[in-house]
Design a protein around this ligand. Structure first.
Ligand code: ADP
Length: 603
């Protein structure tokens, strides 16, 4: 752009310079011509005056030499001009600066010939005699006779040239000043023209470098102004489009990042180009390390890389379920979909990973549950069927045996009933079909009431049940469900403790070191704990992690004799979790068990 400015300036300066030079030359020439013309007029006038005052003698030239020479010398003193008197045939009669006898015939001198033709002749010429430029003006003595004698004046042009030179000097200085002024003005004009263009270029460069906020400051109404406005309009539209693209991009990125499936894109060359957050978690590579790498660099996932290779080669949709051992063991559902641009050009493959570990585990648990339930149901049903058959086979006649068999059938069907009841209850809780009805529960009275419900059983087994509850403790809970929890644990405590043993229930707030005090100076606790302990047989360490599983029993026979279904603790755990609480157990074989429930005070 600068070079454009310089060029523009140079062109303008050259043009101005040429114009000024031409004007100068013309002025110089005109001045010289005018000057010469004025001089010539003067000289003609002088010659007329001379002729008027002088006696023009005729006769033998050799006699006239003296006279004319003297006249010429006298006149030169007055006029300061060289004077020559010439006869009609060209013989010099007298000259102010030379002896006429030594001078050649002047009939061929330009001014003489012209004077003969027109009356007055004039020329400028370098005089060999005087060695300088002279202006010669010749005139016929008798204007009517072309052959008459001639008077000629010659003036040194030195003075004329001097004054012309002075004029030239002035002109050159003037021109120089003019030229400098013109240069400055040209530069400023050029700058005025190029500056907005430079600004537009700068803005365009910024836009090119992705700075879409850059705008041209438009101050003019001309074409350059229009160009600026057009650039601004382009920047506006670019900015809008880029914002839209960014929005779309971030939408897409957030969709990808928040997907529960891992998504990996591999281009036709096998380079990983996309790796979302879930893929990072499932495959155990950080995206920033793996993006741009070849898929084969994921060496830990050998099976997966083989699978990708197959998909890249076959360009078909592939699907498989594979167990991965890195970074953790999981079962993954792999979907490889080929990507085609415009339905023809192969672009790569899209890998969608779904962690199906939990789903498959759930499915397995479900089918195991069905098998367990069938098995559990089968036992009492078989017993009922067997005893009923025996009765039908004749035992019914023996009233004693019949009675005991009927008792067994009754007990078994009662167990069946309870079992079915527990299964229904568990499925209801698991599927969350019954919503919890929260209300504040005052724990002291709640515990007392619950203990009363269990008292008959306790008395029967001669077990002492004690309670220790801090006064004024509240918890937000579904009271019926909370009762179900506590009753189940108390029932287990009573069931798995020998006669004469003890079962205790302790309720306490969980002390938090950061807790604040309320207006009564009491601590604002966030959780409460309920401990239910017994002095019973305890649970072996190896069984502890499993006792909350459905149908899990430490000792089948004992559980059966105590009328248990193996579902109680499972139901308890679910209910505690519905209250967003936790349940833990500590136990020592032979000395007893303690179940601890921690519940949030506010739901
Ligand atoms: P059950 O109906 O058999 O009691 P639960 O789910 O309530 O089933 O308990 C699972 C198993 O945990 C029981 O079979 C028993 O072996 C063991 N168990 C539960 N509570 C106690 C306890 N207080 N003391 C000893 N063992 C217990």
């Amino acid at each position: 752009m600068n070079s454009f400015r310089v060029r523009l300036t140079l062109i303008m300066i050259t043009m101005i310079g040429l114009a000024v030079l031409a004007a100068g030359l013309f002025m110089g020439k005109t001045y010289r011509d005018n000057h010469l013309e004025a001089l010539q007029d003067n000289m003609v006038r002088e010659m007329r005056i001379i002729l008027d005052h002088m006696e023009w003698k005729q006769g033998d030239p050799s006699e006239l030499f003296g006279y004319y020479t003297q006249q010429a010398q006298q006149l030169k003193e007055i006029t300061d001009t060289r004077i020559t008197f010439i006869r009609g045939d060209g013989t010099v009669l007298g000259d102010s600066d030379h002896a006429p006898g030594t001078m050649d015939n002047h009939s061929t001198r330009e001014e003489v010939m012209q004077a003969k033709k027109e009356g007055i002749g004039q020329t400028t010429r370098y005089s060999d005699t005087l060695k300088e430029n002279l202006l010669y003006v010749a005139m016929l003595v008798d204007p009517k006779n072309p052959n008459s004698d001639i008077i000629r004046l010659a003036l040194s042009l030195e003075k004329v040239d001097e004054s012309v030179q002075r004029i030239w000097m002035t002109l050159i200085i003037g021109l120089l000043i003019l030229f400098i002024l013109a240069a400055i003005i040209s530069y400023r004009v050029a700058r005025g023209l190029t500056r907005p263009l430079e600004q537009i270029t700068r803005v365009s460069k910024r836009i090119k470098n992705l700075d879409y906020k850059a705008r041209v400051v438009v101050k003019r109404n001309d074409e350059i102004g229009e160009l600026g406005m057009a650039i601004n309009a382009m920047a506006d539209s670019l900015q809008v489009q880029m914002t839209r693209i960014h929005q779309n991009e971030s939408q897409l990125a957030s969709v990808l990042d928040n997907m529960i499936n891992g998504v990996v894109m591999i281009d036709a060359n096998g380079t990983i180009v996309l790796f979302n957050r879930m893929a990072e978690e499932i495959l155990g590579f950080p995206a920033r390390e793996i993006i741009g790498q070849h898929y084969a660099s994921a060496k830990q996932q050998y099976e997966l890389t083989q699978f990708i290779q197959e998909a890249l080669e076959l360009r078909e949709h592939l699907r498989d379920e594979v167990t991965f051992y890195f970074p953790t063991e999981r079962l993954l559902d792999l979907n490889l979909v080929p990507i085609f641009e415009n339905d023809e050009e192969f672009e790569g493959v899209l890998l969608v990973l779904q962690d199906v570990t939990a789903i498959r585990r759930l499915e397995r648990m479900r089918s195991e549950f069905v098998a367990n339930v069938s098995h559990e149901l089968k036992t009492p049903v078989t017993a009922v069927k067997g005893f009923a058959e025996t009765l039908l086979g004749g035992a019914v006649d023996d009233s004693e045996t019949a009675r005991s068999f009927l008792q067994i059938i009754y007990d078994e069907s009662d167990r069946l009933n309870r079992l079915i009841g527990d299964i229904l209850e568990l499925s209801k809780i698991e599927s969350r079909r019954v919503p919890l009805l929260y209300s504040p529960v005052e724990l002291s009275s709640f515990v007392n009431k619950t203990m009363e419900l269990m008292s008959a059983e306790a008395v029967r087994k001669q077990i002492r049940v004690t309670a220790k509850v801090e006064q004024g403790l509240y918890v937000e809970a579904d009271e019926d469900r909370l009762r179900q929890i506590v009753m189940n644990l108390l029932a287990n405590g009573i069931a798995y403790t020998a006669e004469g043993g003890c079962v205790s229930i302790v309720v306490e707030p969980v002390h938090d070191p950061n807790a604040t005090l309320d207006e009564f100076g009491q601590e604002n606790y966030e959780h409460i704990r309920i401990h239910i302990s017994d002095t019973g047989m305890g649970i072996p360490k190896k069984d502890l992690p499993r006792i909350f599983e459905r149908f899990y029993r430490v000792d089948k026979a004992r559980s059966r004799s105590s009328g248990g279904t193996g579902l109680g603790l499972s139901i308890v755990k679910h209910l505690v979790e519905l209250h967003k609480g936790t349940i833990t157990v500590e136990s020592k074989v032979g000395s007893g068990s303690t179940f601890t429930i921690e519940l949030p005070v506010i739901q």
